[in-house]
Design a protein around this ligand. Sequence first.
Ligand code: FMN
Length: 179
Amino acid sequence: MTASPSAAPRGESPAGGTFETFDEASFRQVLARFATGVVVVTGTAGDGPVGLTCQSFSSLSLDPPLVLLSTARTSRTWPRIEASGRFAVNVLGDDQRDLSERFAVSGGDKFAGVAWRQGALGNPLLDGAIAHLECDVHAVHDGGDHVIVIGRVRALEAPGLEERAPLVYFRSAYRTLAG
Ligand SMILES: Cc1cc2nc3c(=O)[nH]c(=O)nc-3n(C[C@H](O)[C@H](O)[C@H](O)COP(=O)(O)O)c2cc1C
């Protein structure tokens, strides 16, 4: 597909060309062609474990060990995790779509019936995830309608890594790796 040619240009770039010659639907459709894994970001709020599904996760720095994700400003869960100062990243396996969907719903007790345990640093780790990282909140930056979260990795583990395939999200649908 091409970015919508019908949308009117909205401005001039510093170099003199036009920019934002696309609409929001085109933006979403083009970005949806970037395949990602799926993680559930978990933490502990005053009354127990909390979490939300994210695909905006990536590694950032080796030294120091940093990871990055972004959360919508509308997220009800992220501010509660941020207040605690630490979180876990649970990388989902390809048999964990149900967990991705459960943690992508705002409100309610997302942990009801979910198997988890406390990690070395006290963060909730979801059973069956193919990797776990426990992080301190290192920095939070402005990211438009999201905030950019940088986590300093304090502990990690990859249980059963050799056998498990990741859950993949591509063009608004869950996928599995073909090869
Ligand atoms: C596959 C998938 C990926 C998602 N990635 C993100 C993300 O990177 N950042 C984000 O803020 N929300 C993301 N969401 C949406 C949140 O999980 C969803 O808005 C959730 O309801 C937020 O819950 P909360 O209000 O309890 O924070 C994603 C949802 C799905 C299904």
